[in-house]
Design a protein around this ligand. Structure first.
Ligand code: TYD
Ligand code: MG
Length: 453
């Protein structure tokens, strides 16, 4: 039987089938009927790819040579931190994020910084024209030294010029808009994204060109295109933030050359992205004094404590079913905490509308902020403010117990620097010398009594 020359592929998950139809995997996962798109079978791997592995053999661990020195500092401290201490030679870095969040701005600023230390930097723009990028560059005050701009979406053409241009750093904006002409599928299709990614990987590794890929994110929050792209690249960074707020976070979700705990914090200003080396102060700058429903928590992002203002508004439900609206925190977690407050803290908030928000467009994603959510809701319900210079820390369990959190000393030190005078912490965290006076609590009721009693 002749081998099939076409496969039918799901554009969402990458599922492949020899027959047309809809994707069974997506149907099972989401109930959605996603049509499979025909694509020509990818060309067989080139001889070069095989040659890369042909000469390898197993090595004793102690004989493996570390290539530590091959890092270049981009000069943007927050980016260097997330990369794990600078950009590694020959590495492939994917930067994902919503449209309009600032990815092109970020890579252009990185290009400027890198052009000073690792010229030439080649910026391939396949989405915007060279004039559009130039406009952005003018706005950012980026001048041309060492930076080559090329409006081209044919990756084959780019590859052909690499020998002449010899860039140290390559930027491809975006991976969804470049294409390889030998493939029949459209730019942005799974086949194109996968093959372009693989081609860029070969180029990056083979020639030692550090490469940034810009990638779009689907409305579900995943990087558009197949997961294989995430598996292929060395580093995946997500650029996140609320469009209406200036604050942006660069988060490593995968990094072969560093920790995925690190985040970089930026503010989108008129002249581009500005680093925020001390994010704690940033979120508290507009905090209202003595307002019920406002508390401050310290969330640990990797090794950095971030002080965030949590706000809650509890009001009588205007319609039959009470509403819960949560911005900047996990919806289910907040619902769970509100149930604990009702049952273990004895506050009848079940029939109330509850709104919870992290001020300034911030986000909390760790249980250390639980006690803050509970106390903010109680404070709003009781119309009693929490003292403004008290920090709240603690994970809350279903029986209303307040459980220990990690990094207490670090979190309290950050709060002390911003003028906080004391903290409510889990009893088991209240020992040893700490940067400020603390009160240890074991239950939600304890904490309510201490703050709002
Ligand atoms: P952009 O980098 O084009 O986003 P992406 O590549 O992720 O789609 O930036 C998008 C927004 O950033 C744009 O709406 C305007 C804003 N912006 C500023 O506020 N200040 C600036 O200096 C620049 C360049 C952009
Ligand atoms: Mg862009």
């Amino acid at each position: 039987m002749p081998r099939p020359t076409s496969v039918y592929r799901c554009q969402q998950c990458g599922f492949a089938s020899p027959k047309a139809g809809t994707c069974p995997d997506c149907k099972r996962a989401t109930g959605e009927l996603v049509p499979l798109v025909e694509e020509r079978a990818a060309p067989a791997p080139s001889g070069r790819r095989r040659a890369v592995t042909a000469g390898t053999r197993p090595l004793a661990l102690e004989d493996v040579v570390m290539e530590r020195g091959d890092r270049t500092l981009t000069g943007i401290g927050e980016l260097d931190r997330v990369l794990g201490g600078g950009l590694v030679r020959g590495s492939l870095v994917l930067i994902g994020g919503d449209p309009g969040i600032g990815k092109s701005t970020l890579v252009l600023q990185a290009a400027r910084a890198l052009a000073r230390v690792a010229a030439p930097v080649l910026y391939v723009t396949a989405e915007e024209s060279a004039a559009q990028v130039k406009m952005r560059a003018d706005r950012l005050g980026v001048r041309g030294d060492g930076l080559l701009l090329w409006a081209e979406s044919d990756l084959g053409a780019v590859q052909a010029e690499l020998d002449t241009l010899k860039p140290h750093v390559l930027i491809v904006d975006s991976i969804q808009t470049v294409f390889l002409p030998e493939l029949e599928s459209a730019p942005g299709s799974v086949a194109q994204v996968r093959e372009c990614g693989a081609r860029l990987m070969t180029l990056a590794k083979g020639r030692g060109i550090a490469t940034f890929l810009v990638g779009h994110v689907t409305k579900e929050g995943a990087l558009a295109g197949p997961r294989v792209l995430e598996h292929l690249v060395d580093t995946v960074l997500y650029f996140e933030g609320e469009h209406h707020h200036a604050y942006r976070v660069l988060r490593a979700v995968k990094n072969r050359f560093g920790s995925t705990n690190e985040i970089g914090v930026f503010e989108m200003a008129a002249g581009g992205l500005v680093e925020v080396p001390n994010p704690s102060g940033f979120f508290l700058s507009e905090r209202p004094a003595d307002a019920p429903g406002s508390v401050v928590v310290s969330a640990l992002e990797g090794t950095r404590p971030m002080l965030l203002e949590l706000q809650a508004l509890v009001t009588r439900a205007s319609f039959g079913t009470p509403r819960r609206t949560v911005l900047g925190a996990d919806y289910n977690r907040v619902c769970l905490l509100l149930a604990v407050l009702e049952k273990r803290g004895g506050l009848p908030i079940g029939g109330q509308d509850v709104f919870v928000n992290v001020a300034g467009g911030g986000r909390v994603a760790e249980p250390g902020a639980d006690l803050g959510v509970v106390i903010a809701a109680a404070s709003s319900y009781l119309e009693r403010p929490v003292p403004p210079d008290v920090l709240l820390l603690g994970e809350v369990g279903l029986t209303g117990e307040v459980r220990a959190v990690n990094g207490v000393e670090m979190r309290l030190r950050a709060a002390a620097q911003l003028g906080f005078k004391s903290a409510i912490v889990p009893r088991s965290n209240a020992e040893g010398t700490l940067p400020m006076p603390v009160r240890g609590v074991t239950t939600v009721s304890d904490a309510l009594g201490a703050l709002l009693g």
